[in-house]
Design a protein around this ligand. Structure first.
Ligand SMILES: [Zn+2]
Length: 266
């Protein structure tokens, strides 16, 4: 394959990109991006990611997933079973189009999920989607916040083999349990401002690291829209932390991404 980056976790169907998707993707291609894994937060985005994958074939690869937090801004709240159940048939309908299940996961940040009931519902929505990934033989694209240990334990218990832990911020010892289970870890540009994360990245073998932007969130400046063209920032930072060249990071992370997302053809 041609040399280049793969953005393994990007919200290209977000409303922030509605007016200039073409320009955003052109800029990304110019910086060497070869493919983009498009995750969703809710069922309202399913049709959009499928549409985008048809407009940009071989470049935008869609995933379906229901995020542990729903809504936005003031209205951000913990997911409920009703956010998933009415849409289960869509995973079946589009099983040949999607390349992974995501963004799914657990977010136990106290101000969003303080009660046992909220956490139980999140767990139900997460495990149901892990089951779907096994049924459809697809990898998972996973969010974990204030829940690193339980997220990895749940995935291992259910026998998940193919997983990306995006923007993981748990302890290195917990990450290593994921590495042992064969999971991959991806890091967005924002981590380059976080010394603690350098310590984590140093300990995860490069053979288990992927690149992501999480656009439009998690850029270098949280007040500026992040874009997939910023993938090189993640690559350069990981290179610096690991003491290898950015070229090596590009090559190894792209191989990792193609191994994990086996339906990606670039
Ligand atoms: Zn995300």
């Amino acid at each position: 394959m041609a040399r280049g980056f793969i953005d393994c976790h990007c919200h290209i169907s977000a409303s922030e990109f509605t007016t200039d998707t073409d320009d955003v993707l052109l800029r990304a291609k110019k910086t060497g991006l070869k493919a983009l894994v498009a995750v969703t937060e809710g069922a309202s985005e399913f049709e959009k990611v499928i549409q985008l994958s048809k407009i940009y074939p071989g470049f935008v690869f869609p995933c379906f997933g229901i995020h542990p937090l729903q809504g936005s801004g003031q209205d951000l709240h913990s997911v409920k079973v009703q956010d998933l159940e009415p849409f289960l048939h869509l995973f079946q309908t589009y099983k040949d189009n999607i390349v992974a299940i995501g963004e799914i996961g657990l977010d136990f940040t106290p101000w969003y999920a303080s009660t046992t009931q909220e956490r139980d519902e999140q767990m139900k929505v997460f495990t149901k989607q892990l089951e779907i990934s096994k049924e459809l033989d697809l990898p998972v694209n996973v969010h974990s916040r204030s829940s690193a240990k339980v997220t990895i334990a749940t995935m291992k218990e259910l026998g998940i083999r193919q997983a990306l832990l995006h923007n993981f911020a748990g302890k290195p010892s917990v990450a290593m349990e994921g590495v042992q289970a064969g999971f991959y870890f991806s890091f967005p540009p924002a981590v380059s401002k976080n010394e603690q994360r350098a310590n984590l990245i140093r300990q995860i073998p490069l053979e288990h690291v992927c690149l992501e932007t999480d656009s439009p969130a998690l850029g270098l400046d949280k007040h500026v829209r992040n874009e997939p063209s910023n993938i090189a920032i993640s690559s350069e930072y990981i290179a610096k932390v690991k003491g290898v060249s950015s070229d090596v990071v590009m090559e190894v992370t792209t191989q990792n991404a193609l191994r994990l997302f086996s339906k990606l053809k670039v």
